[in-house]
Design a protein around this ligand. Structure first.
Ligand code: OSB
Ligand code: MG
Length: 377
């Protein structure tokens, strides 16, 4: 049983150690919306909203998520008793349409809270079976193919189990070929287009296909499942879908239409852990491998991703780089560290398994809003 009586929303500003460029834009700093949920027994739970500053990856933004949480998510959850986080998740799903990133931020905080109340690591509450999860790196578009090749080789030397390279029309073949050359023919190299191509770009996509990437992630528009199904028939490389998969129902469509053979699951994109797990279960039943994606999260979001990635169907390395790849200093103790190309799943502590550095958090916060059961808003 869980009953959240207080939600504290904070937005923090964190500078990336290096800018991250994709086909849809460049990020220097992250505006990160964090959710702290507490109950009347003083148990806490933490969630992180993956929405970005602008509606480029999806329609949601930090500002729309804040609005959705205060106006619609909070009234559904505050002061109400739920049998568990799955019930809370279902209530949010029923309550209003869309805004999966806003819903997920609170839903995931509820999972953390439930795990802490049960004295269980979140990974175990979710049904995770792994003690460590394999890590792949996602490299943004670099200034030149040679610069990318250097980064790819360095990542491989650091122990990453897979290198993913962002591509965009006009910044694709030369870059991807340089990366392939740098990591060798056998190493898993994948490409992520963030929806930048159309079926008219078939020649460019065929050329990338010739580098036999482990997968081509989200080549076409998010809502274009039939296009992806047609493209799949023209390419040898498996298509992996990211932006397209916003719910378990959409994942079922992907499978039914043959639009993708691999699914990138980000709990923060699909409404939270309950939906993420449902997608995992569905993919497993259909024999599709899944992996856990990332959205340049702080150590809080990463903790949730690591817990999810410990489920048995996550058979491919995730975008789960260690803290220092992104930040000078992370918000959590201990920071996320990679050893042997893996992150360890924290199984020695209840909940997300890392401690939030509250002092540092307050220092980084640009605003803070407290919502209470039955309180004025
Ligand atoms: O498409 O997977 C993506 C970051 C922000 C938005 C979308 C994506 C990404 C990444 C980075 O690829 C993954 C990471 O967090 O390291
Ligand atoms: Mg992606």
């Amino acid at each position: 049983m869980i009953s959240i009586t207080r939600l504290v929303l904070r937005e923090i500003a964190l500078s990336l150690r290096e800018p991250f460029r994709t086909s849809s834009g460049i990020t220097h700093h992250r505006r990160i919306l964090l959710v702290e949920a507490t109950d009347d027994d003083g148990a806490e739970g933490w969630g992180e909203c993956v929405a970005e500053e602008t509606p480029s990856y999806s329609a949601e933004t930090v500002d729309t998520a804040r609005q959705a949480i205060t106006a619609w998510v909070a009234p559904v959850v505050l002061g109400r008793a739920f049998g568990g986080p799955e019930e809370l998740s279902a209530a949010l799903e029923r309550a209003f349409r869309g805004h999966p990133m806003a819903k997920a931020a609170v839903e995931m905080a509820a999972w953390d809270l439930a795990a802490r109340r049960a004295g269980l690591p979140l990974a175990r509450l979710l049904g995770g079976t792994r003690e460590r999860v394999e890590v792949g790196i996602s490299l943004g578009i670099q200034g030149s193919p040679a610069a990318l090749a250097e980064r790819a080789a360095a990542a491989m030397a650091e122990g990453y189990r897979r290198v993913k390279v962002k591509v965009a029309p006009g910044e694709d073949l030369a870059f991807a070929a340089a990366a392939r050359e740098a990591v060798g023919e056998e190493f898993p190299l994948s490409l992520d287009a963030n929806a930048a191509y159309s079926l008219e770009d078939l020649p460019a996509l065929r050329a990338l296909d010739g580098l036999h990437p482990a997968m081509i992630e989200q080549p076409l528009a998010a809502d274009d499942l039939s296009g992806h199904a047609r493209l799949a028939a023209s390419l040898e490389s498996p298509i992996c879908l990211d932006e397209s998969v916003t719910s378990a129902a959409r994942a079922a469509d992907v499978i039914a239409f043959g639009a993708g053979r691999i699914i990138n699951i980000k709990p923060g994109r699909v409404g939270g852990h309950a939906a993420a797990r449902a997608i995992h279960d569905l993919a497993q039943r259909h024999g599709l491998p899944v992996w856990c994606g990332g959205m340049l999260e702080s150590g809080i979001g990463r903790a949730h991703n690591v817990a999810l990635a410990s489920l048995p169907g996550f058979t491919l390395p995730g975008d789960l780089s260690p803290s220092r790849r992104y930040w000078k200093r992370d918000l959590v103790h201990p920071e996320w560290e990679m050893a042997g190309g893996c992150l360890s799943v924290p199984l020695d502590r209840p909940g997300i398994g890392v401690e939030v550095d509250r002092e540092f958090l307050e220092h980084l916060a640009v605003w803070r809003e407290e919502l209470r059961a039955g309180g004025d808003r």
